[in-house]
Ligand binder design. Structure first.
Ligand SMILES: Cc1cc2nc3c(=O)[nH]c(=O)nc-3n(C[C@H](O)[C@H](O)[C@H](O)COP(=O)(O)OP(=O)(O)OC[C@H]3O[C@@H](n4cnc5c(N)ncnc54)[C@H](O)[C@@H]3O)c2cc1C
Ligand code: SF4
Length: 654
């Protein structure tokens, strides 16, 4: 099905360069002349069309460079080599330190496309095997920006409709404020998650087609959701309270009074009741989660079924590409419709270009507004928020004027938006980025595990959580989309794919030091350099996750470390870890936080302890960016609770 934000249907996608076709054929041992190689390359090209120009150009340049390297080393282009020669060439090239990471990244994208397409029918039949647990809420009032006027006045504006923005808007609307949420993405309906292919859903639900990468050594993939509901549309539904030790640290070391356990408790309860959190029922958990719990039990480790916000979950394992049962309670199913029931409205398909201040509000008659602001008697060195300027998809602009603006665009988009807005540039704006880096290991079992039959993130192992800040979670992938970590090229890769249904997957995340930053104002550029102690803990996480799989009966474990052989026991595991180069860790991250840290220290915290931006009046921040450090758990509950606390501060100052 064609999607409104499709840059062209797959059938009509641009003809791929010959080097991309050759690479697809080589990675999956396809006959270069067969239609399957061309078809796969066209689909890769279609996904690339959703990504940034830089990502697309890098992929094309990489494929061309591989082809040129083949010519230089064998005297023939990749397409002219036979299947065995291609495999040998790719293995050789991939063993070079400088070439390994880019080749792996290109291979991962090709496998994602091939796997998602191969399993599309299975995914859709699982999606539609039962009716949705609930319909899309009628109360959710979304007006596409094309239908929104060029000037509007209201009591409060919220930028972003994700975890933070939705909660703030609900509180403000319920207090009687006319509230407008402005969202860059569009509304997604459950009917799309039941008819669109996994690849289409993936391309449409993630910013830049899922290709957000943090530059560093190693580079780390950081996918971010876009749409009405923000990243809660694609998250796994795992719900954790922030641990007491984290709240205490935020209170004692950062002066974040909002995190005072006595203060935040009521907000956490409100979030938990909104999200209807409960443990994963055994009947939908799936074998992947069961094996993780079995492995932990055999090791005597502390483990339990995951706490999630998915009443009516049918275990279709598609949370990260939009729940086809409307079971996972993203904020588009609760806080946003409640906000709209109280009078709020969501303007979609509108990118907020900047926050307007009293001196900026000149495009339309803002005199009355300025008079009101003057009457507030704000200090002259403070900039006074007056509204927002947003851009529609067709390039036209509109303004909304309000004395209260809450920015909740997420940890990677909020700092660039504020830079575009000419607020005072606090030296820590965009810095302090922690991401909770994650890795994945997989184990081959004698039995068919069918990891994507069950809940995507189903069980937690807490053994090393408090001692080492390593949180282990049984995490599978949507049907066909879990093959990206399989080693090898060509026929050896195909052999692994043939028994992929015997794989169980386990993920681990490490609470990291704030080792990254977001620079830029137009588009964010993300830089991240893994801290040495975090590297050591990630290696420990590889060890512990592999141990769990072996203890559950895995015959072989893929450690996810590039070039490492699979391991069959703990002795082999230790040998592999002894030789492991941290650069060869295969990392992703899903929990960016901290880039507009809130706290009491004007030098370290760009946002004050009430959630207000320093140097501005009437401008608050209420998303993952205000968390002062990695919360050590999946963050949505922490973000939502802090956002509720900020919303009450907005009200109390009004
Ligand atoms: C695959 C995946 C799985 C995850 N699983 C879990 C999980 O199981 N449990 C958990 O706790 N957390 C999970 N997370 C993380 C969690 O969902 C996020 O931390 C959380 O949603 C962040 O909330 P936020 O409000 O900061 O930003 P978001 O939820 O990302 O919302 C920000 C919104 O602002 C919009 N926006 C950005 N810039 C602009 C602009 N200029 N103008 C207008 N709109 C703009 C964005 O489009 C977006 O909709 C997961 C994340 C991912 C990617
Ligand atoms: S596993 Fe995820 S996608 Fe599938 S029904 Fe449950 S919540 Fe929805």
């Amino acid at each position: 099905m064609a999607c409104p934000d499709d840059p062209g249907s797959i059938a009509k996608s641009r003809e791929p360069p010959a080097s991309v076709v050759a690479l697809c054929a080589s990675i999956l041992a396809l006959d270069e002349n067969a239609s399957s190689a061309l078809e796969l390359a066209r689909r890769v090209e279609w996904l690339l069309a959703h990504q940034s120009g830089l990502a697309r150009k890098s992929f094309h340049a990489g494929a061309a460079a591989i082809d040129a390297a083949a010519l230089a080393s064998t005297g023939k282009r990749l397409a002219r080599l036979d299947i065995a020669a291609r495999e040998q060439f790719l293995e050789r090239l991939g063993s070079h330190a400088s070439a390994a990471a880019p080749i792996e990244a290109m291979k991962a994208l090709i496998l994602l496309v091939a796997g998602a397409d191969r399993a599309a029918d299975t995914a859709l039949s699982k999606a539609t095997a039962a009716e949705p647990a609930r319909p899309d809420p009628e109360e959710l009032r979304v007006i596409p920006s094309a239908e929104w006027p060029s000037v509007h006045h209201c009591d409060a504006i919220v930028v972003g409709t994700g975890a933070g923005g939705a909660m703030v808007a609900r509180t403000l609307a319920r207090a009687g404020m006319s509230t407008v949420l402005v969202e860059e993405g569009r509304q997604h309906l459950v009917s799309e998650f039941r008819t669109d292919t996994p690849l289409e859903r993936f391309a449409n639900l993630y910013r830049d087609g899922g290709a957000t990468v943090m530059l560093g050594n190693p580079a780390v993939l950081l996918p971010i959701g876009i749409g009405v509901g923000g990243t809660t549309l694609v998250n796994s539904g795992t719900c954790y309270r922030p641990p007491q030790r984290v709240l205490k640290r935020w209170l004692d070391h950062e002066g974040l009074i909002l995190a005072d356990p006595d203060h935040i408790g009521a907000y956490l309860e409100e979030v938990e009741s909104t999200l209807q959190i409960a443990a994963v029922p055994r009947n939908v958990m799936g074998r992947n989660g069961e094996l993780s719990l079995l492995g932990a039990e055999n090791l005597g480790w502390d483990a339990h079924p995951m706490m999630r916000n998915a009443p009516g979950c049918g275990g279709t394992c598609q949370c990260s590409i939009g729940c086809p049962r409307n079971a996972k309670l993203g904020v588009h199913l609760n806080a946003l419709p409640s906000a709209c029931a109280a009078g709020a409205v969501v303007v979609s398909d509108a990118r907020v270009e900047r926050v307007l201040f009293d001196t900026d509000a000149t495009m339309h008659t803002a005199g009355k507004l300025r008079a009101t602001l003057r009457a507030l008697g704000t200090r002259t060195h403070q900039r006074v928020a007056a509204g927002i300027l947003a851009r529609r998809k067709d390039g036209s602009y509109f303004e909304i004027f309000s004395q209260r603006v809450v920015v909740a665009a997420g940890a990677t988009e909020t700092p660039p938006l504020l830079r575009r807005s000419a607020v005072q540039r606090h030296p820590m704006m965009g810095r302090n980025l922690a991401v909770h880096p994650a890795l994945s290991v997989a184990g081959y079992f004698d039995e068919a595990v069918d990891a994507s039959d069950g809940v995507l993130q189903s069980a937690a192992i807490e053994e090393l959580h408090e001692s080492d800040q390593i949180l282990i979670e049984a995490t599978a992938a949507p049907p066909g989309m879990g093959s990206m970590m399989l080693p090898g090229y060509g026929r050896s890769l195909l052999a692994q794919l043939d028994r992929a249904d015997h794989l169980a997957f386990l993920g681990a995340m490490v609470a990291d030091a704030p080792s990254g930053r977001v620079i830029g104002s137009k588009r964010p550029l993300l830089l991240y350099n893994l801290d040495h102690r975090d590297t050591l803990r990630l290696l420990k996480a590889v060890r512990s996750t592999s141990q769990v799989l072996l203890a559950a009966g895995a015959q072989e474990v893929i450690t996810g470390i590039r070039h490492a052989r699979t391991v069959r026991n703990e002795r082999e595991l230790d040998e592999v870890l002894l030789q492991a180069n941290p650069r060869d860790l295969h990392l992703a991250a899903f929990h960016p936080t901290g880039t507009m840290a809130a706290g009491s220290d004007p030098e370290r915290h760009p946002v004050d302890a009430d959630g207000a931006l320093r140097g501005a009046t009437g401008l608050w921040i209420a998303d993952a960016s205000i968390l002062p450090s990695c919360p050590e758990v999946n963050p949505q509950v922490s973000i939502m609770a802090l956002a509720l606390a900020v919303a009450d501060r907005v009200l109390s100052m009004s």
